[in-house]
Design a protein around this ligand. Structure first.
Ligand code: 7TS
Length: 407
């Protein structure tokens, strides 16, 4: 088994008894990222793009340097087409609102899959409601993959958008992005990929991916909270109206109308989050230092081990495709124990898992469960985390089999 990088993560290093298995919700931050943020504030802090003084020019340089570094990480050659947002949620709302209200009309169809996180479901649902369009939910196979054959049947001449996740946060299914994009392209639909769980774990090469938009969150990939982005195709971004209005995003403001700045500024109204962009660039440097192939191999080894060992426990059901095909997620249920109760027992043993619908209620309905328990792994996880998880689930089973005992 590969070694973990726990020592690089101050929060984990200071608490050896903590088994953090909720990285799909947010990852921990390596020292290099924390140092980069502090360094920005200590040396270069100023509002970029505005001041005529050297310090502001340095802040501007740091901001654009960060954009270039993150673009390189994601395989984006047209750097100004990487727009910073607060994260995936804001990025997807940007597309659904700015693009959607410009191009979606009555009777049009928007296709999403039944695997989606609410952030890639509700904005499209609301757009469809506002424009009298139709939201079509593409079904899944029995092992919770996108049913590509069914999707092909669903798209047609009225399909304007196909929006889907790179990787499911709830069960770890990795989607065939190019196959889905090809189906969307065959009818001329916009291709939108939610990369919140893709960018942290898989090598993303935006230029080769054949999607129109790719959304991501920094905090799930070793970066800080409050920064993420949207990568888009230049022609589409230039033709789209802005999302928010204010400082930085204008060219001229007349009394009766305004004109817009060039990319990326047109979509970045207001003071940008420079420090966290710098932090995210450091996170990309950190992950590239490990290598994305190694990141995935490491977490898949742990995911396979955890899935195998959990499935040996009577009454445990693991959802989704086989572990070797998922990202670092094990979503499971234990007969007769509600996932919330399980998570509480595990927490008392220092094991942090997520219990609930994982912001994927359409998926939970299709699984026929209100919630699952989810353990998710990342670069700092190791075999001792799997041991602690399995041991704690076994203990929870014993506790709930003996109702007279209190937890
Ligand atoms: N899309 C996917 C696939 C996600 O996993 C998440 C967050 C989002 C969108 C939204 O990202 P945000 O950074 O804008 O919040 N997923 C989770 C999760 O699985 N548990 O907590 C947040």
């Amino acid at each position: 088994m590969r070694t973990s990088r726990r020592a690089d993560f101050p929060l984990l290093a200071r608490d050896p008894g903590l088994h953090y298995l909720d990285s799909a919700a947010t990852s921990h931050k390596p020292r290099a990222v924390l140092d980069a943020i502090r360094d920005f504030y200590e040396r270069d802090n100023a509002n970029p793009h505005r001041g005529a003084y050297d310090l502001s020019a340095r802040a501007t340089e740091r901001y654009h340097g960060a954009r270039e570094r993150i673009a390189r990480f994601l395989g984006v050659s047209d750097v100004d087409c990487l727009l910073f947002t607060r994260g995936t949620t804001e990025a997807l709302n940007l597309v659904a609102t700015a693009w959607g209200h410009a191009y979606i009309g009555a009777g049009d169809e928007i296709v999403v899959t039944a695997l989606e996180h609410h952030a890639n479901f509700v904005p499209w649902q609301q757009l469809a409601l506002a424009r009298a369009a139709r939201l079509v939910v593409s079904p899944l196979t029995d092992d919770q993959r996108v049913d590509v054959g069914a999707l092909r049947q669903l798209v047609g001449p009225r399909t304007r958008v196909v929006a889907f996740g790179h990787v499911s946060n709830a069960i770890g299914t990795v989607n065939p992005v190019r196959d889905i994009a090809a189906i969307a392209r065959s009818v001329g639909a916009l291709v939108v990929c939610d990369g919140a769980q893709g960018a942290p774990h898989l090598r993303v090469d935006f230029d080769a991916l054949d999607v129109d938009f790719y959304a991501f969150s920094g905090h799930k990939m070793c970066g800080p909270m409050g920064i993420g982005g949207l990568v888009g195709r230049r022609a589409i971004l230039e033709a789209m109206p802005p999302y928010q209005f204010g400082g930085d995003m204008i060219d001229f403001v007349r009394d009766d109308h305004s004109t817009w700045n060039v990319l990326p500024h047109k979509f970045e109204a207001g003071t940008p989050n420079v420090a966290d962009a710098v932090g995210l660039a450091a996170a990309c440097e950190y992950l590239d230092g490990i290598g994305l192939d190694e990141v995935l191999a490491h977490e898949r080894a742990l995911t396979s081990l955890a899935s195998e060992r959990l499935q040996l426990i009577d009454g445990v059901r693991v959802f989704g495709p086989p572990a070797r095909e998922r990202s670092g997620v094990v979503s499971f249920s234990v007969d007769d124990i509600h996932p919330h109760d399980l998570a509480t027992v595990l927490d008392q043993r220092g094991v942090c898992i997520r219990a609930g619908h994982h912001c994927a209620q359409p998926l939970m309905r299709r699984l026929g469960v209100p919630a699952t328990a989810r353990a998710s792994f990342y670069v700092y996880s190791d075999e001792s985390d799997v041991d602690a998880l399995v041991r704690a689930v076994e203990e929870a089973k014993l506790l709930f089999a003996a109702p007279s005992l209190t937890i």
